[in-house]
Design a protein around this ligand. Sequence first.
Ligand code: NDP
Length: 386
Amino acid sequence: MRRATILGATGSIGQNTIDLIARNPQAYDVVALTGAGNIAQLAADAKLLNADLAVTAYDDRLDELRAALAGTGIEAAAGQAALTEAAARPADWVMSAIVGAAGLAPGLAALEQGATLALANKETLVCAGSLVLETAHKHSARLLPVDSEHSAVFQALVGEEIDAVERIVITASGGAFRDWPLAKLKTASLAEASQHPNWDMGQRITIDSASMFNKALEVIETREFFGVDPGKIEVLVHPESLIHAMVGFRDGALMAHVGAPDMRHAIGYALNWPDRKDLPVPRLDLAAVGQLNFSAPDEARYPALRLAREVMERGGLAGAVFNAAKERALDAFIAGRIGFLDMAAVVEHVLAQIDAQPGLIDAAMTLDNVIETDHLTRMCVDRHIS
Ligand code: NDP
């Protein structure tokens, strides 16, 4: 039996992971499930999978969680420290699917106990890439990608040398506003930004897809995960979302990963790695698809891509600033305080403001420094918006 923990179990990735584990329950000993506000789902899944522990991120929801688990023998806990403790409980495989920078500390705790970390939470690598990789190395822990693009690259690289890679192309659907006239974008509403043309995902990542902040984070994640030069990473708009990524090699070969837009493919690959096992994902009928389309991204429409390149060039803690500014600007958009296009403008302004503070971005990459930088950045966004 493999001991498994799911961080962010109640979210879109978490639920897809539970779907796969619940199809083969005798193979897994579920150590811990974590969530935040969705207590009913958390308790139901903890019972379904007979988990040892269920944790909500919110201290004030502990009584509710306890009540929902009464009589089951499943332990309940709450708060940020409890999340990290859940991740530190001995497990063979940990899914990192908390949304946002909140996933960083639990992810590091999972690596410190030597678990294989299936990484959906891209923010972990964007905020603290070198710290995460060093921690994994130090504790002989393995990091496996779950983002569909990174899983695709990882699969295309099996048996290959990274030195033979000429370029990595990650695809982007173009999000909800791909075909909107540029001038109309400033009027984009929350409801419109929350509809993805191809993928069924959590609200935050769906809005980030419309703005391409999600792709911007993925470009940085690609750089950190595969250690390639930023100049070798390309983004290609591919509205059908069937090719998730391609790897170009020095001999001109271009290896593409093609699959239906169903996250259980990438999750299942990370769950079964290094084996391939049956997965309940739709099989593609390319004759029925008929045609695939590609175009270069328009950086005027998607300024987040330019910002990601600037962040990679800047290095240090610039990724943590970028992510925190993006998260806070997204909060403000969701709350109706700023418009859709304002998000990129806010992030660019705050990046420049934080960079002007001597020593901040160049501070050592420790968990404390990343958390402090994250807090300072969020405050800076709030001041700028108010
Ligand atoms: P969701 O919003 O659907 O789920 C987020 C999860 O995190 C939920 O379990 C939520 O709990 C929990 N959570 C929210 N806030 C906190 C907090 N402050 N502390 C601890 N836990 C918290 O997100 P997704 O599943 O869509 O995405 C999760 C991660 O995976 C993100 O980093 C995203 O970028 C990445 N990803 C997602 C993909 C997708 O298809 N959805 C594809 C590739 C990557 P609750 O629901 O109980 O409030």
